[in-house]
Design a protein around this ligand. Structure first.
Ligand code: NI
Length: 185
């Protein structure tokens, strides 16, 4: 089922989400809904708070672009990007590289705004799976960026928070208009 995507200004996007403690039928249904919603919106990732659920849970699918990473290791071994997509994870943990790079980002909860965000170029992510196993992923490129963007959502952080001060100022009016649209429903 496609769910409505929570828009900029709604308080749940600013919350630190709760860990998933039990994978029950409602979580399985929520994940199915999140995948449907992400595909319908042509997104590469979606976090639970974006569909109104205060939970540390997200989905990512960057398989449209097999060249979007220059390396990918899964549990220490070289892996094929498609083999782990769509990526579904609960209660994630991230370690970043020192080196940073700029990359274009948008967000399904912040319509019509895209901007370059500076983030660590590579990550090591520990991603618990629904069956109790754990995926350890090391990657760069769009996958590293998507992991950081979605995990930010679970901590109430949005990509516009990570823009340099000058870009924030120039974006201020556009964000205020979005807030007004959200308030008017
Ligand atoms: Ni987003």
């Amino acid at each position: 089922m496609i769910r409505e995507i929570v828009q900029y200004g709604q308080p749940i996007l600013r919350q630190r989400c709760r860990p998933v403690t039990e994978v029950d039928d409602s979580i399985i249904q929520l994940i199915a809904d999140m995948l449907d919603t992400m595909v319908d919106a042509n997104g590469v990732g979606l976090a639970a708070p974006q569909v109104g659920e205060d939970l540390r849970l997200a989905v990512i699918d960057v398989s449209h672009d097999p060249e979007c990473v220059s390396f990918l290791k899964v549990n220490g071994k070289d892996a094929d990007l498609k083999s782990i997509m769509p990526l579904i994870f609960i209660n994630p943990d991230l370690v970043f590289s020192q080196e940073k790079e700029l990359g274009m980002e948008g967000c399904l909860s912040i319509r019509g705004i895209r901007a370059e965000v500076r983030r660590p170029a590579a990550v090591r992510a520990t991603l618990p799976q629904l069956d109790g196993s754990v995926l350890e992923i090391e990657a760069d490129g769009l996958l590293a960026r998507a992991l950081q963007h979605e995990i930010d959502h679970l901590n109430g952080v949005l990509f516009v928070d990570r823009l340099p001060a000058v870009a924030k100022v120039s974006m201020k009016n556009r964000l205020r208009r979005l807030l007004e649209e959200t308030e008017q429903g």
